[in-house]
Design a protein. Structure first.
Length: 283
């Protein structure tokens, strides 16, 4: 089992000193990875299900944030939870992600993508909300094509993107591609993970039986597509105060990574909380 930690700037703020100290603490405690979320824009009345999002929440850009984290750490892997893929152009995104991976010496390896649930956010960046799933599928294909392509260039003709002989350098650090995990709480997300993803990271307030069904769908979709279902990573949320036995239960369900969140914004309390977790799970 691998253990990640999330740092939500809407909750913890964007103070650079606190972020740098938190990232170094997470690395010191032995956490494998640090995740950050994304919203590009908010607006009055924006809501996900019954939860309305205050429009002043400070969602920092996740890739800029992870670049900053990389500069203040040495080992911890960098993750998004989730990057709203349909709202990014894959040509510029491929460049940004490969650059972070090169400058961090191969740590931009837990990119997790999702579709977004706010129609107003899609409108703000000129994306058709109803077509964002198809757009994300194409974007994944374009990202991988650009990372793998050589000096001869690559071409792509799709519904949303049209490339003709393009070259994208630098390449990821010592690799021909970057892993792409798929986040989401829908059957479509599970199928996308099975067809195109390197892992599945379900979100939302799902019951255990719903989570099990989505994971089985991701695996069966991979198998039907001729992919190895055992190669898929399975990431889940966990509680910072969960007992050690809970990780064993989740591992038995196929979970390979747990991501927890600190319950406090106070640095001294965060140190105590993360240190206790690290000791409990022998990180």
């Amino acid at each position: 089992m691998k253990f990640g930690i999330s740092y939500s700037t809407p909750h913890h703020g964007v103070d650079p000193d606190k972020l740098a100290a938190f990232a170094r603490l997470a690395e010191e405690c032995g956490f494998e990875s640090l995740y950050v979320p994304e919203h590009i824009v908010l607006y009055p009345g924006a809501a996900i299900g019954p939860f309305e999002l205050p429009p002043t929440l400070p969602y920092a850009d996740p890739l800029d944030t992870l670049t900053f984290v990389a500069a203040h750490t040495e080992r911890i892997l960098l993750g998004t939870g989730v990057l709203l893929l349909p709202y990014h152009h894959p040509v510029t995104l491929a460049k940004r992600l490969a650059t972070i991976d090169v400058l961090s010496k191969g740590r931009m390896r837990l990119l997790t993508v999702g579709l977004g649930a706010l129609p107003g956010e899609a409108r703000a960046v000129g994306v058709d909300f109803a077509g964002r799933g198809r757009r994300a599928d194409e974007a994944i294909d374009v990202l991988r094509l650009l990372w793998a392509g050589g000096a001869e260039g690559v071409s792509f003709a799709g519904e949303f993107f049209d490339l003709d002989g393009l070259c994208s350098f630098p390449k990821p650090h010592a690799a021909t591609t970057l892993p792409i995990h798929v986040g989401g709480s829908s059957r479509a997300a599970a199928r996308r993970a099975g067809l195109r993803g390197d892992g599945f990271y379900p979100g939302g307030r799902l019951r255990p039986e719903e989570l099990a069904a989505l994971w089985e769908l991701a695996r069966s979709t991979a198998a039907e597509a001729g992919r190895d279902p055992d190669a898929l990573e399975y990431t889940r949320f966990g509680a910072i105060d969960m007992p050690a036995g809970r990780a064993e239960e989740l591992a038995a369900q196929g979970v390979t990574r747990l991501v927890v969140s600190p319950s406090t914004t106070e640095p001294d309390e965060q140190r105590a909380e993360l240190s206790a977790f690290a000791e409990r799970f022998s990180l």
